[in-house]
Write a protein that binds this ligand. Structure first.
Ligand SMILES: [Zn+2]
Length: 105
């Protein structure tokens, strides 16, 4: 157990620690704020997350691997979209047919 007279000392130490921590954190915060002000606007390569110019289109860096990967991804996305469409169609068409037949008949 800690003797009672030590409590005051421990409190003092803790208070100083907390103060230090707060000071550090706030200076870090201020530093990051200042840094953000200096940083020119930029985007990140969607493959390797390298910083790239805002105007970069497609959103990849000049790395050929990233360009290829981006093209592959876009093709995959298109395929997925078509597959979704077909999938939806398979379920929607009979449903619509049932609806129509009910309306008619
Ligand atoms: Zn990249």
């Amino acid at each position: 157990m800690v003797p009672s007279y030590m409590h005051g000392v421990i409190d003092m130490v803790d208070a100083r620690k907390v103060k230090d921590m707060v000071a550090k954190k706030s200076s870090q915060f201020m530093g990051s704020m200042a840094g953000a002000g200096k940083m020119p606007p930029h985007k990140h390569c969607r493959i390797c997350h390298e910083a790239i110019p805002v105007k970069a289109d497609p959103r990849v860096c000049k790395n050929q691997e990233c360009i290829d990967q981006n093209e592959k991804d876009e093709k995959n996305q298109k395929t997925v979209r078509i597959a979704m469409f077909v999938f939806f169609g398979i379920f929607a068409v009979p449903y619509i047919l049932v609806l129509v037949s009910r309306i008619i008949g």
